[in-house]
Design a protein around this ligand. Structure first.
Ligand SMILES: Nc1nc2c(ncn2[C@@H]2O[C@H](COP(=O)(O)OP(=O)(O)OP(=O)(O)O)[C@@H](O)[C@H]2O)c(=O)[nH]1
Ligand SMILES: [Mg+2]
Length: 359
């Protein structure tokens, strides 16, 4: 999964990206190079718990790929221009960084700090790109229709595109609508920007920590939706915190009145929003969180581990993490009847610990 960090100049994109990449707890690549691309580990207390019990040689977190592709290092796409609209298509979701912090020494693009205005700029600009893309497609389809043998297929797509066009004209981003199976297929080809899940990350200063919840709940009422989330974070101090050794961080966070790393919560939120879940495999060699999409079967999940496991799938032994945590061992889980054998059609749940039996 590839996540694009987007936002206006001086909103804090690079600061955000660097704090992700400098956190040993989240950065899977320990390089501190100036690359704008990083593989980020998804923090997971459940995996930490399992690792403490099984004491494996390796712990492997679920990951997301995060890309800081807009900005002064890439002047051609430092705002939402046509180059942006092309480059942004490759991402599965966006984290939109919005400037909420006041700092006279950092230039302002639009003269004032205005969180809602800046959110709307992104939504409106991406809506315009999608509308013009759809209009282009509709024109092409109209031409194709006159000489096509299979008119039905084209007409079906025209209908879908018209519905999307109307939705956008009503001011509703496409990520908020329920898609039919046909629409789901078509949208994969088109990669429309307002179709992609959106985490709006409000970059606040440390003086705003106390009022962050009020700011966010107000924004939630206006902007959050089926596939839109709003999260606060504190780029400048979180970056400082992430550069400290792990054992000093908590103290520092307390000093600022931060209960948990907003950065890490933001990552988990992004993961959920993408419709992803984690199941675990455990053992002496490795404890690992695997990423799948919600709704995948035991056999499909086995295939994520290894294609052989898919082809030669027999059964999955499943214990849910919550049961395991409560009871403390697989033996106890068997005794209490929460250890179950599942066939290939079992729908894997977030937090399942699985062992795949295969031929
Ligand atoms: N006071 C304060 N400064 C911040 C904060 N976040 C970022 N900055 C500063 O604002 C400036 C711009 O931040 P960047 O992270 O480079 O912003 P960007 O969005 O990557 O900017 P471009 O790449 O130019 O588009 C830097 O000097 C940061 O140190 C913050 O929360 N508070
Ligand atoms: Mg930058």
């Amino acid at each position: 999964m590839k996540i694009g960090i987007v936002g206006l100049p001086y909103s804090g994109k690079t600061t955000f990206f660097e704090s992700l990449s400098s956190d040993e707890g989240t950065s899977a690549e320990h390089s501190k190079s100036k690359s704008s691309f990083s593989v980020i580990k998804i923090p997971d207390e459940r995996l930490d718990f399992l690792t403490a019990i099984f004491n494996p040689r390796r712990k492997v977190n679920a990951t997301l790929e995060v890309d800081d592709f807009m900005g002064s290092s890439n002047p051609e796409i430092s705002t939402y221009n046509s180059k942006f609209s092309v480059a942004a298509k490759i991402y599965d979701a966006f984290i939109l960084i919005i400037r909420g912090f006041e700092d006279p020494s950092i230039p302002l693009i639009n003269e004032t700090i205005d969180i809602e205005r800046d959110i709307n700029i992104f939504i409106e600009d991406t809506t315009i790109f999608d509308l013009s893309f759809i209009e282009n497609r509709l024109e092409k389809l109209e031409k194709e229709l006159s000489r096509a043998k299979n008119k039905e297929e084209i007409q079906k797509n025209q209908q879908i595109l018209k519905r999307w066009h109307n939705t956008l004209q009503d001011g509703i981003p496409l990520r908020e609508i329920e898609l039919t199976k046909d629409e789901e297929l078509l949208q994969k080809n088109y990669q429309l920007l307002t179709m992609k899940p959106l985490v709006i990350a409000i970059n606040l200063s440390d003086s705003q920590i106390d009022i962050a919840n009020d700011i966010i709940s107000d924004l939630n009422q206006k902007f959050s939706g089926k596939r839109t989330r709003i999260e606060p974070f504190f780029a400048r101090i979180e970056k400082e915190i992430m550069q400290l050794p792990e054992n000093e961080r908590e103290e520092f966070m307390k000093e600022y009145g931060l209960k948990e790393s907003a950065l890490r919560r933001l990552l988990r939120s992004t993961y959920d929003l993408l419709g992803l879940l984690s199941f675990f495999t455990v053992g002496e060699d490795e404890c690992r969180a695997w990423t799948i999409r919600k709704g995948m079967t035991a056999q499909e999940a086995a295939g994520v581990i290894h294609t052989d496991f898919f082809n030669k799938f027999i059964r999955a032994e499943v214990v849910h993490f919550d049961d395991f945590k409560e009871l403390g061992s697989f033996a106890k889980c068997k005794e209490k009847g929460v250890f179950h054998l599942e066939g290939k059609d079992y729908i894997v749940q977030d937090g399942d610990i699985m062992h795949i039996r295969h031929g």
